[in-house]
Write a protein that binds this ligand. Sequence first.
Ligand code: BG6
Length: 488
Amino acid sequence: YSQSTGHDLPVEELRLPADLAWGVATAAYQIEGGAAQDGKGKSVWDTYSHLEPSRTNGQHADVACDHYNRMPEDVELIASLGAEVYRFSISWARVIPLGGRDDPVNEAGLAFYSDLIDRLVARGIEPVVTLYHWDTPQALYDRYGGPLDTAEFRADFASYARLCFDRFGGPNRVRRWVTFNEPYITSIFAHLNGTLAPGHCREANTDTKTEPWRVGHSLLLAHADAVLLYARDFQPANGGDVSIVLNGHFYEPFNAADPADVAAAERRMVFYIGWFADPVFLGSDYPAEMRAYLGARLPQFTAEDRDILRRAAPLNGFYGMNHYSTKYARQLKTPAADDDWTSNIEELSVDSEGREIGPSSAMGWLRVAPEGFRKLLCWVWRRYRVPIIITENGCPCVGEDDVATAVDDTFRRRYLGVYLDAISRAIHEDEVVVKGYYVWSLMDNYEWSAGYGPRYGIVHVDFKTLKRTPKNSAFYLRDTFKRRRGVS
Ligand code: BG6
């Protein structure tokens, strides 16, 4: 498997069911631009990307893809690709500039999303809306630390969610909602490693031993509140559902003959996925393994919280899965550090016999390993039994700045082909229920701390002229999904 060799799956061989909805995904901060237009407030990302250039490859997303000003053109682009779903996120600070429950709403911001939704619906494209893709309003972070204060954050998020359900929901408008995108990333990368906004752990007086878990706790409970709110006040009239999007690698043991590595691979997934998915989908406490290892670092659920989680769990309509890659897990015999929260598991791309987990993409961590995807689908289905929607899957390729090179994205097309094949096998051979596949991403965009370096789009964006040009992978997906109708 490389740019020039390896297998290329003929689309006819992909047995994709007719009811597997295909879509394209984006996130507000990564594409919108219009950073200060029409009364938008600042999010932690607006601040962070201007703070120290070294944190974000010297780049910010004040303009990004300028989607805020080119939205009608982008809806036509999505329609031209034949996508059935468009997953996007709402910028909280665009609709409530200061974010709080008593703060004024911004009608211009609300009108932007309303227009987007109307245009999608008119084109027969289903909007799937994420309420929070990492962009906490800066004012809430300044007031109380955002998700660091569980009670305040829950109250403000509930009010924001109600506003969105109210203004954008409806039997013929938004019917499928995601509360949080990848709470693991917000908790660990933004509050432990500090490589994503707000980079809080770089500031004075922070406690990285407890804060990441407190942040995760807030997101979980704010999620459950929103699920119950939707079920009580909106679902009866609107139908539809709400859930959460969780990312996760699949982990293979570094040495399959070593029981410690086999156990480590399983435990790593529990610490990554079960951390959120157990309370959300099972309505239970955090996984016992995490409690045993982290002790008092992991917050406790009150009796009232436990009740909320229990009632919300069966109401989650789907499991939103973001998946990109697989890694090897190795149990360290000597602890790496006394506060290593992963229970001393090292993550690698090469196993004990020197075998690579898969070919490398433009991002070192992202390897092409479709078998791991199939195994992850099985793992999640067996543990939670909730229909799965792949809310993100995709691949960055090297050398795509130049449009002439970018359009011939054979590496990405093959990646998508073998990952779709993994889904097809999971559905047909392992009886996993998968209901949707949304590619990351509709177009090249601002890749957080990596700036405009890696390009994940199936559409190329020239960041000087902002011209959009579909790559071959876009046509591959369009044709593949067109053909699957009636093929199931
Ligand atoms: C997901 C995010 O984690 O992966 C996206 O939801 C992001 O917003 C994508 O762009 C790619 O991740 P990375 O690690 O390459 O920036």
